[in-house]
Ligand binder design. Sequence first.
Ligand code: G1P
Ligand code: ZN
Length: 543
Amino acid sequence: MQRLTIQTRPIEGQKPGTSGLRKQTRVFMGPHFLENFVQSIWNALGGVDGKTLVLGGDGRFFNDRAAQVILRMAEASGVAKVIVGQGAILSTPAASHLIRLRGTDGGIIMSASHNPGGIDEDFGVKFNGPNGGPAPEDLTDRIFAETGKVARYHILEAQDFDLSTLGCRRFGAMEVEVVDPVADYADLMETLFDFDAIRALLKGGFRIAFDAMHAVTGPYATEIFERRLGAAPGSVRNGVPKPDFGGGHPDPNPTWAKHLVDEVMGPDAPDFAAASDGDGDRNMVLGRGVYVTPSDSLAVLAANAHLVKAYRGGLAGVARSMPTSRAVDRVAARLGIDCYETPTGWKFFGNLLDAGRITLCGEESAGTGSDHVREKDGVWAVLMWLAILAERKMPVADLLRAHWAEFGRNYYSRHDYEAVETARAEAVMARLRTALADLPGQDFAGLTVAGADEFTYHDPVDGSVSGGQGLRVEFEGGARFVLRLSGTGTVGATLRVYYETVEEDPARHALDPAQALAPVIAASQQIAGIADLTGRAAPDVVT
Ligand code: G1P
Ligand code: ZN
């Protein structure tokens, strides 16, 4: 085995987005592309000599090949040790935990999250820091700068390393430890939740269905829900991970997991159903006859967290991404704790979690988490719900209704316009940006604009400033809409429009969300001209 230095050319414009670099798989497979990006990470870190890293991914197509390349490049740059999940598998929350548990210098997660997998689909690579969380913006900016100037990379010339056998072995001068991807994570869950209480709930005939969508959570869910908690065999569906996720779109929302929604609305509905995404950090929660929006889920978890073992002492504070509904704000106000509003992307929660200012946080995009790791966590969210239901002893639908009666209901929906020509999507943003200052006081579709701005985040912990984080228009009475461009799309631009309205009157808590939101949707079309400028009569995905 010898170390080689390969001359290469910079890769232009490879800016890590909301979470890492996501591209079509064939782009990552192209000559030197993955190598250039990994070398750019090493360079941005100021080298990786002597460091210990975690490595794993969601098992999608190219995951195993990419892991071998990354191991060879780690060795050639002097990494002391890499801890890898067996078969190069680690869910994103499990990777975050392993980084923290072993006190490593960070880790590389191979995933394009909820994007489909396959040679004609997507792949992704992200770096998480020593706190277990996604690289902060200054680091992703440095990685981006390095991609524009990388001129050579270092790689070990070697055969594949055996990632199927557990244990520590040498790979060149580097140590590689292959670990069970599930065990440490499952043990962590046992420290956070009262497994006996959940076991008793399940034993009492409470039926659950967890759809792993042929993605990474299958082995985690089978171990935790079926083996350790005694859920009926078959409670975990699609539990065998596949490189193409069985041809599906592993995004747990009512569009891509419609079968699960249909099931809970049908005659033989389980008491509780949930799904997770490609890399296991997202979650969707359902009860018999009811879908829980991620924004409501965060609010319900915050209001009931004191019933859960790890959170009995109460919450230090909570945070949500700016476009997430303000349902959790109402809970925080009642609890007398701080509620922070951050830009979209889990990395912005990192400082607040590290500083102990928040315990729970979440995003409207099916992400919920706590200070137990530094990523959102799908299986954890399911356990939170089960732990709370074990205490509250009522159906999900009743719990939700009781929550709304107490705090008011924030109706919420997100409209996505996908693969829009970049220039057109930018034109929508540019036009609204220019109009913002003149909007207050004007009426649209029966609503009066109360305020309008572009969100800039001032991190209260390190003082960093992140501008351009979304355009928001707020109406009198509490309705609002938010416009932003996705940072994770791989084709053209994805325009996201987030809608919210508040209803205090319990008599109006059973409306169809589309009906409740109709005025603010109409107002947004008038104000932002989305249909005209994009040429799209309707959004591609509504969640
Ligand atoms: C999307 C979600 C965002 C989430 C991210 C990674 O990013 O909107 O909340 O953190 O995926 O899962 P976006 O494509 O909107 O930039
Ligand atoms: Zn994900």
